[in-house]
Design a protein around this ligand. Sequence first.
Ligand SMILES: [Zn+2]
Length: 344
Amino acid sequence: MKIPVYWDERQLLHDPQAELSDGRLVPYAESPARARAVLEVLTASARMEIRAPEPLDEALLHRVHDAGYIALLRGAWADWLKEGCSGDALAGCWPVRGRRDVKLTRVQARLGAACFDAGTPITAHTLAAVEAAAAIGVSAAGAVAQGAGLAFGLCRPPGHHAGRDYMGGYCYLNNAALAAERLLAGGLQRVAVLDVDYHHGNGTQDVFYARPDVFFASIHSDPSTDFPYYWGRVDETGAGPGLGTTLNLPLPRGTQWAGYAPALETALRAIKGFAPQALVISYGADTFEEDPISRFELKTSDYQRMGAAIAELNLPMAVVMEGGYCIGALGANTLTFLEGLAQL
Ligand SMILES: [Zn+2]
């Protein structure tokens, strides 16, 4: 059977001009070319079947994200133009920790309160792309809920850095969290999310931090050296009824497969112990040795091993695309991972 791959052309419309990197404005790394590269390789594979997503389910969207935040996202571009701004919409002011909650009117200020970095500009077409990516995450999970053993959501922009009421790290809506909620809405009681992107999935962790029904495991670069810096340490293990349902496995820069595999085994053992009925995978290929913004050293063939190890859990799996910025290898790294998962 072919692997369903969800895709929507509107995701290509999100095309910010620049981002801040080491104090310089540089071309935006999370570019439309990334998604095009993956689509091209998956389209050429006889094992994949490209499908259009279902329209975004509003009720599900509101289960993951705050209503005020959704309204901000939807109105930001129009408000930005109304305020006479040009260029991409970015916050002009960020509240420091502990600022009291005040009523804000200017969109520059409201964006600052809903954003933890300068990597998430809003353009004329960002909302269309973001909602398409969210619908794709939900649709991949929907396919799994309806019996597919494996489905892939080719989401762009990615989502794992976006929390209930904030954006950051190229992410606006949390596609993986939406996928997990879709599986629960389909009648499952326990779902696990495994995040293998180079960067910690802080948004997904935050969304489910106090939840006993969703286990979140992340293997990522040590946050003392890498973005998102403020999340992803080993002592973050969940809270309240969700205590023990978060597992962080930070690894040092320069990690190769020999160092990665034991952490993956630990994550898989913990997931097994949680006894979920389905798995959502946040797949980022920025763990690749030639990734321009990341510092692990995995090879293309390692993604096959990674997929095969995860497949041993023998769970239905919805995969959503997160990062990966080595465009020349992104398609091959994604296809290889999916082939490993499908045990091809
Ligand atoms: Zn990443």
